[in-house]
Design a protein around this ligand. Sequence first.
Ligand SMILES: Nc1ncnc2c1ncn2[C@@H]1O[C@H](COP(=O)(O)OP(=O)(O)OP(=O)(O)O)[C@@H](O)[C@H]1O
Ligand SMILES: [Mg+2]
Length: 383
Amino acid sequence: MTFPVVGMVGGGQLARMTHEAGIPLGIRFRLLSDTPQDSAAQVVADVTVGDYRDLDTLRAFAAGCDVITFDHEHVPTEHLRALEADGIAVRPGPDALVHAQDKAVMRTRLAEIGAPCPRNRVVTDPADVQRFAEEGDGFPVVLKTSRGGYDGKGVWIVRSAAEAEEPFRAGVPVLAEEKVDFVRELAANVVRSPHGQAVSYPVVESIQVDGVCDTVIAPAPGLPDELSARAQRLALTIAREVGVVGHLAVELFEVRGADGSSEILVNELAMRPHNSGHWTMDGAVTSQFANHLRAVLDLPLGDPRPRAPWTVMANVLGGDYPDMYRAYLHCMARDPGLKIHMYGKDVKPGRKVGHVNTYGDDLADVRERARHAAGYLRGTIDE
Ligand SMILES: Nc1ncnc2c1ncn2[C@@H]1O[C@H](COP(=O)(O)OP(=O)(O)OP(=O)(O)O)[C@@H](O)[C@H]1O
Ligand SMILES: [Mg+2]
């Protein structure tokens, strides 16, 4: 067999969908998963159950793989350096990935690159948060643990120094940022291969509810061409400067300047397939998952262009209604164009358990179809 073995660390839905994208290419896929029940572990044949924080486990797993890539950002950077020193192809490599692992490192590097960011600095304690507020426009201030956050966990909006105790409890550095009064959130998604080829997807609008991504609209409605091009150039520049291999999501804030013109600020970076790119599974010629695999294997990248004028992705969150399969009957009968992607996860309130994609010519219609299906699957819409 000459087909390569891709080793994926982490058994979540991103691994599951990356595996799915590799099947038509005959790519062999190995998984390092926390448990046999994880989303990807349910569907991948070659699974190692083990702890990604343990170097020996990582070494044994990587020994059978041509390249290692990730479903999450939490593998200790020093372990990745050790694997590289062993001669393992780690993609993205630790020198790039650290910018998605550590928000303080990311902010320092983005400033060097000249990427526009919210005012920010590392703060040492609540009194220092007070000083940070006074250096700018006062409270509220956004505090983020530099490592370990996801889905808004690890992000606090505080209105006083007294409210700023909790973020320091984790014992990791805390980053303070001005609270950006954004018009909306955008994401610029690019994929870069080791020899430097890169592709850029249309810039999307990403709508969060309670700190969790709810809806993504591709392309971002009403985004001026100039700003879209600037966001894509910025993402490509970051990918090159940081040395990203694979998919890079640049989460952005769109802000209104004093003269009424739109500007962008970088919120954060993710170096793996990303929720803001799930629309590409049905809405782009090549999905983010297929392009991530091509990139980590240093294959030529696929066409990132959209297949329809509009694609909308809506996340399906766990609700009170555990039997989502029953809801298929109604959703599929109502909308034959609906694309459902479920992750095999137990339904727990607020947990991402799947997403739906819809696409077409009329944005209002495409959006309504996605909203309806996600709500019906969750059980918040019953007609
Ligand atoms: N400086 C800021 N000003 C205003 N809102 C912010 C700021 N930073 C973060 N937010 C809000 O909090 C959300 C989560 O922040 P961030 O993306 O840094 O956290 P995360 O938990 O690491 O990410 P994710 O939800 O992407 O896993 C953002 O999408 C945005 O809605
Ligand atoms: Mg984020």
